[in-house]
Design a protein around this ligand. Structure first.
Ligand code: 5RP
Length: 487
């Protein structure tokens, strides 16, 4: 890629809450990041739509605590107003409403206020009509609804932010609510009428929670910014955080950023153990692979690990060579013993999306010429169904806009990828990348066939049942998923 990576300055996240038999039925919440596909969901056996909606906003904020602008899309006017317009008056009136009564669901609203106030980046909200074909709203509705049904069926445990539990316990719907005993203890420890700073959700461990991110370490920091006003701007309700110098210090920001990075690093280091002296190794591209290459570089320098590397991008070549690792071209070797690469999404059938770093063409060529093919991901990349991450397609520049029109006609919602400078990015083969914002992919093989037979397309980022194993960064230790379909 000649231009810098296309960095997201705005994160768009859809949130939803859903109570079966509202109020007083099993309840779920969920959020999904439009660009990365990262998502999370939870719920309880009793609750209300409103509490579910607020839990979803709170969890989305907690998982996006960084300096990007965060746009939260919700079909709940209630959640949006609580988080932006109404919150201003309530704060002035010591969290009392116009009838001088304590605001309903105040624990959740205070926590949302704290997250917005202390977030390095600004936050805005956009109302979307529910069940009206907005694909991310549909996905997140399924997440929330699915979780509430699963709690009702007893197949998933109750899972809520502490303030969500507190709102439920303060509500008329506490009767029949199944609250784990440790939650009761933790809720009791939350100080009433104080802005809470906990970032801990009550998380129960259970196998394979697709898309959930690592629990973040608790963040504390002085109130260096405050929400001063709310306004409506181009259909978005804006809760803007004005700084009063400095906002968050770097230590806090780094702490947040590193939660996912730690998982990537652990997966990268675990994968490095697969590399033995004398091997010819394919080295992928991306932030997770960087950790792998760092570890191989360390072993090369400290232990004399002798390997031949074939890389999937010029970036990785430069990094590996900086450690003195020998890098050769793909045509200079026969088959590769092993290739290790990252991925943007992986589903339960070992189908994945790759190309977030615009290197999918070389990545696929290296992959098909490898005896053993491994992905390293943090657990936010696991999903039930691929497609929430925009599918990258590499196209030749000549006639690229016609290819884009063709994709648009087919309903693939294509966007030519640009870099930070607003210029079209070029891959290592000097092609363009078109990202298809599909939301979900019902029939990956048919789509792959359609894309590859489009004139002008060089390759697409669907890597279907190609990977032999996936090393997943999980809190505690990485886990390995072995593809049974390739045995
Ligand atoms: C590059 C890729 C990357 O492997 C993929 O985007 C994952 O990247 P990261 O490890 O930074 O999340 O396909 O084209």
């Amino acid at each position: 890629m000649t231009a810098a990576n296309s960095k997201q300055y705005t994160d768009i996240v859809s949130t939803d809450g859903s109570a079966l038999r509202n109020p007083n039925g099993p309840m779920g919440w969920g959020w999904i990041n439009h660009a990365t596909g990262a998502h999370d969901a939870g719920g309880a056996n009793n609750g209300t739509n409103q509490i579910g909606e607020l839990c979803a906003v709170l969890e989305a904020l907690r998982h996006h605590h960084d300096s990007a602008h965060l746009l939260i899309e919700s079909d709940s006017q209630y959640a949006i107003n609580c988080s932006s317009i109404w919150i201003q008056g309530w704060k002035r009136n010591d969290w009392k409403n116009s009838q001088k009564k304590l605001v309903k669901n105040v624990a959740l609203i205070k926590a949302i206020d704290w997250e917005i106030t202390n977030r390095p980046g600004t936050v805005s909200f956009k109302w979307v009509k529910g069940h009206a074909g907005n694909k991310f709203n549909e996905i997140v509705d399924k997440l929330a609804h699915g979780y509430s049904s699963a709690v009702e069926a007893g197949t998933k445990p109750a899972r809520m932010p502490l303030e969500g539990w507190q709102a439920l316990l303060d509500s008329p719907y506490r009767q029949g609510l199944a609250v784990p005993p440790e939650v009761l203890r933790q809720v009791a420890a939350l100080k009433p009428n104080k802005t809470t700073r906990t970032t801990a959700s009550v998380r129960h461990s259970y196998a394979h929670q697709p898309g959930s991110q690592s629990s973040r370490s608790s963040i504390t920091g002085s109130d260096q910014c405050s929400v001063r006003s709310a306004a409506t701007l181009k259909g978005e309700t804006v809760a803007r955080c004005w700084t009063q110098g400095g906002i968050m210090d770097d230590a806090i920001r780094n702490e947040v950023r590193t939660a996912q990075d730690v998982l990537k690093k652990e997966a990268g280091i675990a994968a490095a153990e697969l590399v033995k002296p004398g091997m010819t190794v394919g080295l992928g591209t991306g932030s997770t692979v960087r950790y792998l290459v760092d570890e191989l570089g360390r072993r090369h320098q400290e232990e004399g690990l002798d390997i031949i590397g074939v890389t999937t991008s010029r970036r990785t070549s430069r990094q590996a060579q900086s450690y003195g690792i020998r890098i050769v071209g793909i045509d200079d070797v026969g088959r590769l013993d092993l290739t290790i690469d990252g991925a943007d999404q992986v589903d339960a059938n070992f189908n994945g999306i790759k190309g977030g770093g615009a290197a999918l063409l070389w990545e696929k060529i290296v992959a098909v010429n490898s005896d053993h093919y491994v992905w390293i991901v943090d657990r936010s990349k696991l999903c039930d169904e691929i497609g929430a991450f925009p599918l990258p397609v590499e196209v030749v520049p000549f006639g690229a806009r016609h290819v884009v029109s063709h994709f648009r006609e087919r309903g693939y919602e294509p966007v030519l990828r640009t870099g930070e400078d607003g210029m079209l990015i070029h891959t290592d083969e000097n092609n363009y990348i078109v990202d298809l914002h599909l939301g979900h992919i019902d029939h990956p093989s048919e789509l792959a066939q359609d894309l590859i037979s489009t004139v002008g397309v060089v390759e697409h980022g669907l890597f279907l049942n190609m990977v032999d194993e996936v090393i997943v960064g999980n809190p505690g230790r990485p886990t390995v998923l072995v593809n049974p379909f390739k045995r």
